[in-house]
Write a protein that binds this ligand. Structure first.
Ligand code: IDP
Length: 137
């Protein structure tokens, strides 16, 4: 099924000049980059985006990391895009991620894992609306 999902290249991806290399993983998988922009996350948007971990002890560190510079936001589409993007990105912890995934190839630690990808079709809809506004049905 054709799906749309949100990816975020986190600030370390931009600081390390990895944006082009990271996008290539998605294009090599025949996925499409539909829309994109670069911006720094505000406190409110960050808390909404990471509402599932806002009470975790690592949240302050995650907040500092995510606001250490601008992020690259993109809508990616294609066949089963939600699950395929997550597979291409790899395990949340780069040390546990399979070789050949973005997080294994470039991530340095759980704190600096370079990318985000929506974890379900429902969350993808919410996250795309959060960062790109309402989309045509
Ligand atoms: P996901 O990004 O793979 O969906 P989540 O569990 O939703 O993983 O966690 C959100 C983000 O919070 C992760 O991508 C990572 O940057 C950060 N994170 C998750 N667990 C830890 C941890 O134990 N220590 C530090 N940062 C963490």
């Amino acid at each position: 099924m054709n799906e749309h999902t949100l990816i975020i290249i986190k600030p370390d991806g931009l600081q390390r000049h990895l944006v082009g290399k990271i996008l290539q993983y998605f294009e090599d998988a025949n996925l499409n980059i539909d829309q994109c922009y670069i911006d720094t996350m505000t406190d409110d948007v960050l808390r909404a985006h990471y509402s599932q971990v806002v009470d975790k002890p690592f949240f302050p560190e995650l907040k500092t990391y995510m606001q250490s510079g601008p992020c690259f936001f993109a809508i990616i589409s294609g066949e089963n895009a939600v699950a395929r993007v997550r597979a291409i990105e790899g395990n949340t912890d780069p040390l546990k991620a399979e070789r050949g995934t973005i997080r294994s190839d470039f991530g340095t630690s759980l704190n600096y894992n370079l990318v985000h990808g929506s974890d379900s079709v429902e969350h993808a809809k919410v996250e795309i609306a959060r960062f790109f506004g309402p989309q045509p049905a």
